[in-house]
Write a protein that binds this ligand. Structure first.
Ligand code: ACM
Length: 767
């Protein structure tokens, strides 16, 4: 569950027809673009004739220690692209010098680059600016097929729009290795992102040591995953999911980031999202009773208490953050702290009276103010989620606006600095396309274009207030990202859109132009070992039966790149037919379709074997949700190791809809269903759950013509699945209309597990 208040979402967002409404602006590559392609786009780029060849006695020079460090990072990130000869300082010859010139008239973090065929210079007023310029050099660096490395002759003046260009990674819900985080940091740096917000504690795990509080990383660092994922199938014994970063590992991440001119902002979530810490030390909680580290997603009710001893603990934690993280900001969370436990606790109510604060929100504000004093005294600034605005907030506190932009607007008007990170624009656990190959996440879409189009400065702010918008950040919540492959899928390519929103001036932003530059990043990421999401670079396929008995195939490309396809089993190439409009294919047929930028295939093609039978069968991804109240794309809980089924499900209303299902001549519907643990804590949103009452012990499968329409069939569900984790039921149809929105519904509150639809197949009457 993404940590967003699960307000109700518009219905039917999964309808494939919506996917087919993807942008139609396919375009061809302009391979001969005169101006070098930079991403994020620079303020001013003036292409000049010629190139600086990096061979012979042309070499890079940095004389001053900070410039040498920048050059060392450029060399590391360039890898083989930068030849040795370019670094062997000859006593004579052409040079490309990296130079810090104090007082140089460039904006903050800006740089000036001039490359000519006989040498060049990169200048900045400070090391941050020089590093940004070096990342531009990294993107300009080219290598011809014969191995010749070169830079185009160019003049560039550049500087960022925002100081905070951030990406947040949640290492609490799922844990990433230090090497994986370093890879992410390298990719951030190349895109001139400069802030890594590290979410280190939550209900599901505590991930760093604090001196004097050893159980945080002995108890709070492990949970038993829900369902089969937490049990050894052979022995039946629980298998915990554990992880924390040692002090040395934290320092390693911080040092790696620092060399890349990236600040690390650690987050410890207070007073909610605190279950892991309270599991380690029950005295920090409201009841004092032992609890387990949570294995459920959502909004948990456990809060820290506000006793003096707990505040001392929190100050110890802040002290450790100050000790381990040299950056300017410390993030204290503050989000989704539902106050039920405080309200019900005589001790906390007495504490509220004793402190003379305004009820529960006042108590949270008091804790925030107390921690703000601590971090200020240690020369740091406090930042928190926008809930910290509920109450008196010290003016020096910065607000991260996530529940939309409203919190950020209110904060800027009250004089606080603001980082914009609204969930519906910049949460990368939301899916990026309608493809059935998306990884688990939330099926509402945050597309590449959504991220690109977001402007961090709301128009309602006047110039003085707008200055408080110090930046923008995308957040990667990892409930549904059990592997780093899934983190990469979420981050790439949307991180490129974020980078341009964070760096490029508003006047320089242009989505279509961005799409022309994006493909050049794909081989760079690949060379860095980054596996970007394929789904945005593949066609979406919709196939339906025509009255002629042929398949009508509609293709769409989420980003508008050109589609080429084959029907002879071969992989499409740049010479294959270009898709322009729906095609009719005699059945059976084999379709392969790929997206192209000029001659370059952007990802592996999608392949579909089409037959009369396949057109009568749909997976959950190919169906709409009936109401779409709290939709998730969820992974099965088992097997513990290896691939797991993935389901699109509305956990408040398990009902799927096959729009305009062709039921003429259909005798039955075969439904394959799976079962997943109901592992969600939804605090005040629980009341919105609308499980339909069941008539039998384990609920029924109901088929209806339209969700409020006549019942076509009903079958009791069994107590459990077959050994493979699925059941297949055949529901005979009676009096079904020839075409209808076929609703497939599981009734009953079957918690702690719930039925989920894997596939529905229409079974024709035998003649
Ligand atoms: C959040 O997503 N709860 C900050």
């Amino acid at each position: 569950m993404t940590r967003r208040t699960p307000t109700l979402l518009p219905a039917g967002l999964l309808a494939l027809c919506a996917a087919m409404a993807a942008p139609a602006s396919a375009f061809a590559a302009d391979a001969a673009a005169a101006s070098p392609s930079l991403l994020p786009r620079a303020v001013s780029v003036q292409a000049m004739p010629g190139r600086l060849v990096l061979a012979g006695n042309t070499h890079f020079v940095a004389r001053e220690p900070r410039a040498k460090q920048v050059l060392a990072q450029l060399v590391r990130l360039a890898g083989d692209a930068l030849p040795d000869t370019a670094l062997r300082s000859a006593s004579a010859g052409a040079t490309l010098e990296l130079k810090i010139v104090p007082g140089l008239d460039v904006p903050a973090e800006g740089y000036r680059l001039h490359i000519a065929p006989d040498g060049g210079v990169l200048q900045a007023a400070d090391a941050d600016g020089l590093f940004n310029g070096a990342m531009t050099l990294l993107q300009l660096l080219k290598r011809d097929a014969d191995g010749t490395a070169w830079l185009p002759a160019v003049r560039i003046d550049d500087a960022p729009r925002f100081a905070w260009r951030g990406l947040m990674l949640d290492s609490a819900r799922h844990f990433q290795s230090v090497d994986e985080i370093k890879r992410l940091l390298d990719a951030m740096a190349e895109l001139k992102l400069d802030t890594f917000h590290w979410h280190l504690t939550d209900d599901q795990g505590w991930r760093f040591p604090v001196p004097g509080w050893p159980k945080l990383t002995e108890v709070g660092n492990c949970r038993i995953p829900a369902g089969d994922g937490g049990i050894d199938a052979a022995t039946g014994t629980p298998v915990p999911y554990c992880g924390f970063y040692t002090e040395a590992q934290v320092r390693e991440v911080v040092a790696h980031a620092a060399a890349l001119h990236i600040d690390v902002v650690p987050e410890v979530d207070i007073p909610g999202h605190a279950t892991a810490a309270i599991s380690a030390y029950p005295q920090l909680g409201v009841s004092g009773q032992p609890i387990a580290v949570s294995n459920e997603w959502g909004v948990n009710v456990n809060l820290f208490n506000a006793d003096e001893t707990t505040l001392r603990f929190l100050e110890d934690v802040m002290g450790q953050l100050v000790n381990l993280f040299p950056g300017r900001y410390v993030h204290i969370g503050g989000d989704e702290a539902v106050k039920d436990q405080w309200k019900a606790s005589p001790n906390m109510q007495a504490r509220i009276r004793e402190l003379g604060v305004k009820a529960d929100a006042g108590l949270q504000a008091w804790m925030v103010a107390r921690l703000e004093r601590y971090v200020s005294a240690h020369d740091r600034r406090l930042i928190g989620w926008d809930e910290i605005l509920d109450g008196d907030l010290p003016e020096s506190a910065t607000v991260m606006s996530w529940r939309g932009t409203e919190g950020g607007i209110a904060a800027a008007k009250r004089g606080h600095d603001v980082v914009m990170a609204p969930w519906n624009k910049l949460y990368l656990d939301y899916l990026q396309t309608m493809s059935p190959s998306e990884e688990p996440g939330r099926p509402t879409q945050v597309t590449l274009e959504t991220v690109y189009a977001f402007d961090p400065v709301p128009e309602v702010l006047d110039a003085r207030q707008a200055k408080h918008i110090i930046g923008v950040q995308a957040n990667v919540w990892t409930e549904h990202m059990r592997s780093f492959a899934r983190v990469q899928h979420a981050v790439f390519p949307r991180i490129a859109a974020l980078a341009e929103s964070a760096w490029t001036q508003k006047s320089g932003r242009d989505y279509q132009d961005f799409l022309q530059r994006l493909p050049s990043l794909l081989p760079r990421w690949q060379a860095r070992g980054i596996v970007a999401a394929k789904t945005p670079f593949q066609p979406l396929v919709e196939a339906a039966m025509e009255a002629t008995g042929k398949a009508r195939v509609t293709l769409a490309q989420p980003l508008g790149y050109e589609i080429r396809y084959t029907t002879d089993g071969s992989v499409p190439t740049a010479g294959s037919p270009r898709y322009a409009q729906p095609v009719s294919l005699a059945l059976p047929a084999t379709l392969q379709a790929g997206a192209f930028f000029g001659d370059t295939a952007l990802a592996a093609p999608v392949a579909r074997d089409l037959s009369v039978a396949s057109l009568l069968s749909r997976s959950d991804e190919e169906l709409a949700m009936c109401t779409g109240q709290l939709m998730l794309r969820l992974e099965d809980d088992g097997p513990r190791e290896g691939a797991r089924a993935i389901y699109n499900v509305d956990i408040f209303n398990p009902c799927w809809s096959w729009k305009q299902a062709p039921l003429a001549g259909i005798a039955a519907v075969e439904v394959r269903a799976g079962r997943i643990p109901y592992f969600f804590q939804l605090a005040h949103d629980e009341h919105a759950r609308k499980f339909k009452p069941a008539k039998t012990a384990h609920g029924e499968l109901e088929l209806r013509a339209g969700c409020d329409g006549p019942l076509l069939a009903t079958l009791p569900m069994p107590a459990s699945t077959d050994a493979d984790g699925f059941v297949t039921l055949r529901a005979p149809l009676r009096d079904a209309p020839a075409s209808t929105d076929l609703c497939l519904w599981f009734t009953g509150d079957t918690r702690p597990a719930m039925w989920v639809l894997d596939r529905a197949t229409l079974v024709p009457a035998t003649p």
